[in-house]
Design a protein around this ligand. Structure first.
Ligand SMILES: C[S@@+](CC[C@H](N)C(=O)[O-])C[C@H]1O[C@@H](n2cnc3c(N)ncnc32)[C@H](O)[C@@H]1O
Length: 203
């Protein structure tokens, strides 16, 4: 398949996301993520929160033998993601799981775990999925929105926004308190955090 066709299909996904108000990753974040995966020669990724498969497919493009597993609990989005993955002929590279992420178990580990699902569940995802991370693996969390964190509370800030900000703050504190991990905050897109397992000889 030509890269012009890839571009057209990706654009169609972006248009779908805009029309149906389905969240997809920011351009800067996916660019950063793809470079990260390439630089570290990542072979396996677990994504929590497939949506329509926009990140999933982007990560799979030009990724050699990298295998991606992705979990989505919304049936409509899961079916849309399947359709999109078929369009790209990525059925061999991408495995989709339709379930609530916290109900999913594996008998293998991954180089990268990318968390991009329900904000209020990030701590639970981290606790649940860290057992499936390779010893030298990283957990990448999206939507750690620095603009929101830096913003002083103002009158226009509604209850919903305050709740989201507090959830992100709690997650950031949680990450910083993890003795076995070191987190690096990257100001790209909606904010990414790269959390790496500390090997015993790092201490
Ligand atoms: C930000 S979107 C994912 C976007 C996708 N990674 C992309 O960039 O194309 C978050 C996804 O997490 C899914 N999700 C999984 N478990 C969820 C839960 N317990 N509550 C809310 N959303 C959940 C939503 O259905 C939604 O599709």
């Amino acid at each position: 398949m030509t890269s012009a066709l890839h571009k057209r299909y990706l654009k169609e996904m972006e248009d779908y996301a805009e029309y149906y108000r389905v969240p997809i990753i920011q351009k800067d974040s996916i660019d950063y993520l793809k470079k990260f995966l390439k630089r570290h020669e990542i072979k396996s990724v677990l994504e929590i929160g497939t949506g329509i498969g926009y990140t999933t497919i982007n990560m799979a493009l030009d990724s050699g033998k990298m295998a991606i597993t992705s979990i989505e609990n919304d049936e409509k989005l899961y079916l849309e993601a399947i359709k999109n993955i078929k369009k790209f002929f990525f059925e061999d590279k991408i495995t989709l799981i339709f379930n609530d992420p916290l109900n999913v178990r594996f008998d293998k580990t991954f180089d990268v775990i990318f968390i991009d699902a329900a904000k209020g569940q990030y701590m639970n995802y981290f606790n649940h999925f860290q057992q499936y991370l390779k010893d030298d693996g990283v957990i990448i969390s999206d939507n750690i929105d620095f603009r929101l964190l830096k913003q002083k509370k103002n009158k226009s800030q509604d209850e919903k926004e305050t709740k989201i900000i507090n959830k992100i703050k709690d997650y950031v504190s949680f990450l910083e308190e993890q003795p076995k991990y070191i987190s690096q905050f990257v100001e790209v897109g909606d904010g990414l955090v790269i959390t790496k397992k500390q090997l015993d000889n790092d201490n």
